[in-house]
Design a protein around this ligand. Structure first.
Ligand code: MG
Length: 392
């Protein structure tokens, strides 16, 4: 069968959007920005950029239509760009964008026997995968959710992620302001709870009342035993879920926490493929999975989502630093899955970055508004290209 379109060019751009307050809030004592613009957060011993960085992928077909993708780029995005430009792009010329899953499997196979089944390599695949699905949708005039089997949800509840203020009082005020705007779920970060996680939870519950779902991100900080003791104390304040209590490699620890606590455990933002999710699902290490579209791309996101469904596990997609392209893909894919009680809403990133995409995507009064139109439903706006890194 003659393809509708074939891939003509693949280009990548590193985007770096300045922000006033660093991700996770103002710098704490002992934290400083290094010569490359990164800061190590003492609360969880992880490195973060001080701008919003990601890698944009542009795929043009012989049709002249363009598919857009985006992948995670918060640390050393040059690595992902090099993998795409040097290794993957030349293999894609002439391929049929109507076969995104076939292409994704082929690209994964290129490096699997060398052990590249995660990290930067799979991030590169994710950016390409989103762009190919977008081009496919544009070529056939259908939204991504339709290509994935149909839009099951007319709207998706958004949970407010993070309260990036310096003091507990300010964080409680911000939480109340979101509730006043119609949001019904808020997650706070243990790494930023200077006065103690239990005290933070108690104060937030007091501030927002009994009808708001409160979640905590434990940022991989605890041993299993420490996490069980802490989460049991938080349960007294009606916790909706606890996220990422133990280190990512500690499958047994995660599973023992999940068994011992009385609330759902949510995991998965750092994993990219079904091969990482499957053993955790089999071990009943969580009852909510949090795939991050910037790491998975559409193809793996749907595999993970459908596998989770087979384990009777909810999907609450993670949403990290995106200029809006992989966010749109995440909303489209989430809309095609059955059990999605919430989608993460990184208000400090999402709201500000709306000016960098065209399309109706938005988040208002507690719900996401889906982007309409073919493919992922949004395009980069000309303003985004003001933030492309020189040489990127
Ligand atoms: Mg998290």
């Amino acid at each position: 069968m003659t393809p509708v379109d074939t891939i003509r060019t693949i280009e990548t751009f590193i985007v770096s959007i300045p922000r006033e307050v660093p991700y996770l809030g103002p710098l704490r004592p002992g934290e400083s920005v290094n010569s490359k613009g990164y800061v190590v957060r003492r609360g969880n011993r992880s490195i973060y950029p001080t701008t919003d960085m990601s890698v944009l992928v542009r795929i043009e077909g012989e049709s002249g239509r363009i598919g857009w993708g985006e992948t995670y780029g918060i640390a050393a995005p040059q690595a992902v760009k090099a993998i795409i430009d040097e290794l993957l792009a030349p293999t894609l010329i002439g391929r049929d964008p109507g076969q995104p899953v076939v292409i994704n499997e082929d690209l994964y196979d290129l490096m699997r026997v060398r052990g590249f089944f995660g990290g930067y390599y799979v991030d590169a695949l994710a950016g390409i995968d989103i762009a190919i699905w977008d081009l496919f949708g544009k070529n056939v005039g259908l939204p991504l959710a339709t290509l994935l089997g149909g839009r099951r949800h007319e709207r998706l509840p958004a949970y407010v992620s993070g309260l990036p203020k310096a003091t507990l009082t300010e964080r409680c005020d911000l939480a109340r302001a979101f509730v006043d705007k119609g949001y019904r779920a808020i997650k706070f970060a243990a790494a930023m709870s200077d006065d103690g996680v239990v005290r933070e939870m108690a104060a937030l519950r007091e501030a927002v009342g009994p009808d708001v779902d409160l979640m905590v991100d434990l940022h991989w900080k605890y041993t299993a035993g420490e996490a069980i003791r802490l989460i049991r104390k938080l349960e007294a304040h009606d916790l909706y879920f606890a996220e990422a209590p133990c280190q990512p490699e500690d499958l047994e620890g995660q599973a023992s926490v999940a068994r011992a606590i009385g609330v759902p455990l949510a995991l998965g933002e750092e994993w990219r493929t079904v091969y990482e999710y499957r053993p955790r699902l089999e071990a009943r290490a969580m009852s909510i999975v949090q795939p991050e579209m910037g790491h998975t791309g559409v193809t793996a996101f749907m595999q993970i989502g459908r596998m989770a469904q087979a384990f009777h596990v909810d999907v609450i997609p993670h949403a990290s630093i995106s200029c809006g392209i992989f966010m749109a893909a995440s909303l489209q894919a989430a809309a095609a899955l059955q059990r999605v009680p919430y989608h993460e809403y990184q208000h400090s990133i999402f709201d500000r970055n709306l000016v960098y995409t065209t399309g109706e995507m938005d988040c208002e009064a507690g719900y996401y508004i889906f982007p309409e139109g073919p493919g992922i439903g949004v395009e980069p706006s000309p303003r985004l290209f003001d933030h492309v890194v020189a040489g990127g």
